[in-house]
Design a protein around this ligand. Structure first.
Ligand code: UN1
Length: 490
């Protein structure tokens, strides 16, 4: 056991084991996962994989790859569609586990689970919509056929903040386009990962098509990004880890896709519906405890409405209830872990030291020792302050006062990240200009920076993302290889 800090309330923890070629595999080396709303509540223990276990998972995925690549499309469709159905049928149970394990407010957890169901349904459809192109060659008698084939074995490395939806949006397209998977979830959320894998097995995936290997992240990640048996690796997580994934995978000729966070601006102009803007800011900055790479962490507000907007924000913040993720009436659940809480508090301290004025950001008293942090708003900040440069990944947002739209746009783009950027305005001129010139993969007009659809492409620019986009038909670019066939029918 590696986590023994808090007392243990229950002796009935679940056992989450790895899955290799259809066989569950335990380990002497186990780690506990706990409820961040009440760390004395142990959910279970998970088997930590060693390098050999990861190699075995990769071998199993390779063994299963040829048959899965040739699996009849209708049957592949049926398995993914059934997985989507099972996820929806068990939405309450899965949402409860997610909320207990990760601390996401129960209603949001349920939304995430349903999103995962929809993702599987969407990609079930992709199995039978994977069209190619055919064109006459410029040489008489020849035609050229362009098709998409499976790339092979995909390593899927996912974060803790969307324990069901992010694995779904990587695993579903990987499987739909005919690949086999080795899945490494974040160590804080082994229960959600295991539940998802169990459903895929129950839906009828053949042995070895999905394999599960749980932390330690460094060992599993290192094998997945360097093994000759892995063809592609997809990662969502921090910039620091993502850069390592890109370097290792590139060096070993493994196709790589990374999604690494944001410092997303939400611009509010004087002609905006300020009430709607404040609602979107609260949603984008603080819902899911601010633990979203799409979070609205920089609120860029023009001088003419700055004070009124900040007043509306504070009013709304005062009405938010922070508490147990599964309790009735909770708006904001706990921070995911003690480490993350310390990181959030450290950034709040830095913001204060650099001259920001902090509203909220205090620890919240509760019946349990959960990691409860009141949402924090830092006003009076400048674009270059640490709080506006580094991703916090918690319920912390800052306000930057600007003179006008031009300055707002310049500040919005003055970041190493480029995932999502939002603007609130009633002006067609400014919204159209912002849509074109915001340096972000996704632009939101009069809508929160967070919260994305499953059937449209997702991804960022600059330091936020690397490689092709995720979700929707766009996902095919990463999960397949192009084949061009020249055919002379004779
Ligand atoms: C959303 O905003 O709905 O890790 C999804 C994240 C993103 C997903 C955001 N990859 O927060």
């Amino acid at each position: 056991m590696t986590q023994t800090s808090a007392a243990t309330k229950t002796g009935t923890e679940a056992l989450f084991d790895n899955l290799i070629g259809g066989q569950r595999r335990g380990s002497e080396d186990r780690s506990l996962n706990r409820n961040p709303s009440d760390p004395t509540d142990v959910i279970g223990s998970f088997a930590r994989a060693d390098a050999q276990t990861v190699e075995d998972a990769i071998a199993a995925a390779n063994a299963a790859a040829p048959a899965w690549a040739d699996f009849p499309a209708q049957q592949r469709f049926a398995i993914l569609d059934t997985a989507g159905t099972l996820i929806a049928e068990r939405a309450d149970e899965l949402a409860d586990l997610l909320a207990r394990e990760e601390g996401k407010q129960l209603g949001e957890s349920r939304g995430e689970v349903l999103r995962a169901s929809q993702i599987f349904k969407f990609f079930a459809g992709e199995t039978i919509r994977n069209t190619g192109e055919i064109i006459d060659s410029v040489r008489p008698g020849l035609t050229a056929e362009m098709t998409h084939e499976p790339i092979g074995v995909v390593g899927v490395i996912t974060p803790w903040n969307f324990p069901i939806a992010i694995p779904a949006w990587k695993i579903a397209p990987a499987l739909a386009y005919g690949n086999t998977v080795v899945f490494k979830p974040a160590e804080l959320v082994p229960g959600s990962a295991s539940a998802l894998v169990d459903i895929l097995v129950e839906a009828g995936l053949p042995d070895g098509v999905i394999n599960l290997v749980m932390g330690p992240g460094r060992i599993v990640g290192e094998v997945l990004t360097t093994s000759a048996g892995v063809d592609a690796v997809t990662f969502t997580g921090s910039v620091a880890v993502g850069r390592g994934v890109i370097a290792a995978a590139s060096e070993h000729g493994i196709r790589v896709q990374c999604e690494m966070g944001g410092k997303n601006p939400l611009v509010v102009l004087g002609d905006a519906d300020l009430g709607a803007a404040a609602d979107a800011a609260v949603n984008g900055a603080f819902f899911s405890t601010g633990q979203r790479c799409t979070a609205s962490s920089r609120l860029i507000v023009t001088d003419d409405v700055h004070d009124e907007f900040v007043g509306l924000l504070k009013e709304r913040m005062a009405g938010l209830t922070v508490g147990d993720a599964r309790a009735e009436g909770t708006d904001i659940g706990p921070v995911v872990s003690e480490d993350q809480l310390q990181q959030d508090l450290r950034y709040i301290g830095i913001a204060r030291d650099e001259g920001g004025e902090v509203t909220g950001g205090n620890l919240v008293d509760a019946a349990t020792d959960g990691y409860f942090l009141a949402p924090a708003l830092v006003t009076g900040t400048s674009a270059g302050d640490t709080i506006n440069v580094e991703e916090v990944f918690g319920p912390v947002a800052s306000v930057i006062r600007v003179a006008d739209y031009d300055e707002a746009l310049a500040v919005a783009n003055d970041t190493a990240f480029g995932l999502s950027a939002g603007i609130f305005t009633s002006s067609l001129k400014y919204s159209t200009h912002f849509k074109r010139y915001a340096q972000a993969g996704m632009v939101m007009v009069n809508a929160p920076t967070a919260g994305v659809d499953y059937h449209v492409s997702f991804g960022g620019r600059k330091g936020s993302s690397y490689g092709p986009r995720e979700q929707a038909r766009a996902a095919r670019e990463f999960y397949t290889v192009h084949k061009t066939a020249y055919v002379n029918a004779g």
